[in-house]
Design a binder for this molecule. Sequence first.
Ligand code: GLC
Ligand code: CA
Length: 449
Amino acid sequence: MGRVIYQVYPRSFADSNGDGVGDIPGITAKLDHLAWLGIDTVWTSPTFPSPNVDWGYDVADYRDVHPELGTLADLDQLIAEASSRRIETWLDLVPNHTSDRHPWFTDRPEYYVWSDTIPNDWQSVFTMDTAWEHDARRKRYYLHQFAVEQPDLDWWNLDVRREFEEILRFWWDRGVTGFRIDVAHALIKDRELRDGVEYLRDRPEVHKIYKRWQEIASEYDPKPTLMGETYVPLDHLLAYYANLDLAQNFDFVRSELDIDELRPIVEKTLEKLPPGRSALWFGSNHDHARLATRWGGGDERKARAALFLILTLPGTAILYQGDEIALEDGDVPADRILDVADPPRDPERTPMPWTRGGDEWKRPWLPLGSTARNVEEQSADPGSTLHYVRDLIARRKLFSDDSYETLKSAKGVWAYRRGDATCVLNLTGKTAAHGGLMLEPWQGLILST
Ligand code: GLC
Ligand code: CA
């Protein structure tokens, strides 16, 4: 059965020194809890030095740790202590762009994408305005798909490729066993810079980059995992599986919690997945409203239904920190908004409530939301969502294989065979029947393992 990956958003996970910013020693301190939950892998959002225009996704040095988050020694310790609990540590690599404060932007301008004039209609994801910025130093325009302070690298330049190959080795040599690859679908742009978003992202040449990365990964034992943030429609997603071990499925995330939307996506994904590859399911991350809000609307039963699906479908599952307690988005007043994007992503990035009192967060960088759902109380309550998730993780390990078959069921009920077990999920707000069983609204059941 595929692994359970736990995404940590480090600034908001656990603060070890009371400065209001979560940090790497904070993650290490919570490893016993994560091991208890049963996860296999911790993936942390970027931990590299960053001016934090885009909160770590603007990297100034790919070989170090941002001082607020700790030191390289702290990261080594996290890797070692996680590994002693049989938990892997994955980092978040940002190869599409750097920070404009990365020394390359000054010393190696040829690493970036330039043009004498604004050459096309490409737009920045954040500003929705032209993705080209005039640079007074070079008297030319550079490309930035995201913020102005995030210049895009030129992946036609073989030196850029060599730099990243060394960066991969740097971390794999240190015991990191996987990467989530930020903006994995968009590293390489049309060489002629033609008009149209189809020339900016999802270019066929990108796959060759990952082919090479897999060759390097194969030199390691066990082979590190490559997981792409692949913002492409499902029809294109499967192509990424040629060279990535895992490709994030955004059609799934962006659906309603509705059987008629989700089931066809799941069936199509599983049908088209290349042999030997693992599907990947998740419902929240640091860019999307948390599933307990977006799918649950606050109703914990709906959050559990979504978690049931993510954890019982064949393949790999990602839990975003807080999903396991059905944590909802935080309320972030206008004067506390820190994100560059509009609408801001701060509500899904608020601190993790470990206790009802919330004293573990002193003047946190983003406001602590409701602590009504918190780890301490749910740990002590066998009927809590936290225990529900822990039980599902334990039970998924008993599925005999990765097979899946849709079974006949009543409207709104999703029934599927998983090896020698059957999963039944009522995705409606009414009681429903299945094979002589009564299911409560939003209830999921695993039968006969
Ligand atoms: C990815 C990250 C997001 C970031 C963007 C630019 O989509 O998940 O948080 O803003 O890339 O790096
Ligand atoms: Ca701290």
